[in-house]
Design a protein around this ligand. Structure first.
Ligand code: PHE
Length: 452
């Protein structure tokens, strides 16, 4: 039999997982929720959530994958034979598949915005009304956004087809450093704008009033930690299965979470000083990046270059995430269904493209009136994955590891068989057993409106 693919080293694993974690969520979503929830106050709570929940869950997923040594579903079958725990992994795989069906649409938009910036569409004379209608006309145009989405999916499929080490690991090792450089260049530009200090103030001076006014802030912080670290969708399990046996999982997880958070904060340092400098509102919501920032770039010296760089940054971040999502599905088709990598990639990529068409068309008149539970297709897919699938999958994982799996085996897996004696292990196990399950149940109830 052919040897199963894998990462070349812990650095490869770290870069690929960090690539997955660093995505549109860091650069687009994190700053706008930070804006809505009071800046620094939210940041503090978010950091707590990453430590309390994000890191332990990440270690758990890595351990399941590495022990099982197979895709996100079959790994469970290996470590808990003849049980139904594999359904947890399967749910994650389905989530990854669905998420790609709308995430790639947003990724496609970033390509269009690279073109827009590079061809100087955003000039100093463009008004906020114009950037708004530009965005709305584009996303609802029908064919054009679909073409961009397909280009993006083709790139994703190509990298995944090249394999774990040659494709995913290599792409992440190239793209992440470029991404970090672009981010630093943009932060320097943003921080040297007149009035930039107000943006910094916003990021470091906690506004607890705004924070407490919004009763769901803690849950939003937790939900974002899940999303930002790519948890509950089989990614970390799959990547764990490609990790060499002698690597220390807790340390890798700590570093990945740190990278992800630093990049999110850096994105805030790019966006808020610029937003304040141009007198815009920080709490603009989802339109912040595609509607407000074009005005900022239009009005700034060198805006054409910086705008182009910014949207390149966004698309690189998206690409390192989409490859990880596709790999989850592809590895399932390879390990559990016996397909060849090429067939698996074409099949799953093709099906995902069909979902992408539907979710893209739901942004405009073509399918905009078609709703499921009161949401268009795009929002519906986002909703069921983020609020239902991910949470159930993650809940089952911690239930399994915390209460049904042998503690000794789990601890062996994350401490290099006892070599690592740090207290972190106790903390992780405690969190997996008690903190995370309780928090997920609360989040599930709140997000799905089961309790007001
Ligand atoms: N973690 C990614 C981000 O921050 C989001 C993501 C979600 C990636 C789901 C892969 C899968 O954007």
């Amino acid at each position: 039999m052919k040897k199963r693919q894998g990462f070349s080293s812990s650095v490869g694993m770290m870069m690929a997982t960090a690539g997955s974690a660093v995505g549109v969520g860091n650069i687009w979503r994190f700053p706008y929720i930070l804006g809505e929830y009071g800046g620094a106050a939210f940041l503090i709570v978010y950091l707590l959530m990453v430590m309390l929940i994000g890191i332990p869950l990440m270690v758990t997923e890595m351990a399941i994958g590495r022990r099982g040594g197979e895709d996100a579903s079959k790994s469970f079958k290996k470590i808990a034979p003849n049980t139904k725990w594999y359904l947890s992994g399967l749910l994650g795989i389905i989530a990854a598949f669905i998420i790609l069906g709308y995430y790639s649409v947003v990724a496609g938009w970033t390509l269009k915005y690279i073109v827009n910036s590079a061809t100087n569409v955003f000039t100093s004379s463009i008004t906020p009304q114009q950037t708004t209608s530009l965005f709305q006309n584009f996303v609802s145009a029908g064919l054009e956004p679909i073409v961009y989405t397909f280009i993006f999916m083709a790139a994703t499929m190509f990298i995944v087809y090249k394999g774990v080490e040659e494709g995913i690991e290599r792409a992440s090792k190239i793209l992440l450093p470029i991404l970090a450089c672009i981010l630093v260049i943009l932060a320097v530009r943003s921080l040297t704008l007149p009035g930039a200090y107000k943006g910094i103030e916003f990021l470091i001076k906690p506004d607890f009033n705004l924070f407490f006014e919004k009763k769901d802030a803690i849950l939003v912080a937790m939900g974002h930690a899940f999303y930002s670290l790519s948890l509950g969708m089989g990614i970390v399990i799959t990547f764990g299965s490609y990790t060499p046996k002698d690597e220390n999982l807790s340390k890798i997880a700590l570093k990945i979470a740190a990278m992800d958070t630093v990049i999110a904060i850096l994105s805030g340092l790019v966006i808020f000083p610029a937003v304040f400098s141009f007198g815009l509102e920080p709490s603009q919501g989802p339109g912040l990046v595609f509607i407000s920032l074009p005005n900022v770039f239009g009005g700034m010296v060198g805006g054409r270059v910086f705008g182009t760089l910014f949207f390149m940054l966004l698309s690189f971040a998206a690409l390192t995430s989409t490859i990880s999502l596709l790999e989850v599905v592809v590895s399932y088709l390879i390990d559990s269904k016996g397909l060849k990598r090429s067939t698996a990639t074409l099949l799953s990529g093709g099906l995902i493209c069909i979902i992408c068409v539907l979710s893209s068309l739901s942004m405009g008149s073509h399918l905009g009136d078609f709703t499921l539970f009161g949401k268009n297709i795009f929002d519906f897919l986002d909703y069921i994955t983020a609020n239902i699938f991910l949470l159930i999958s993650a809940f089952l994982e911690v239930l399994f590891i915390g209460w049904f799996y042998k503690k000794g085996d789990f601890v062996d897996e994350i401490t290099e068989f006892g070599v690592d004696k740090s207290k972190l292990t106790d903390f992780i196990y405690f969190s997996v057993r008690f903190v995370i399950p309780v928090m997920i149940v609360v989040l599930f109830i709140a997000n799905n409106g089961l309790i007001k």
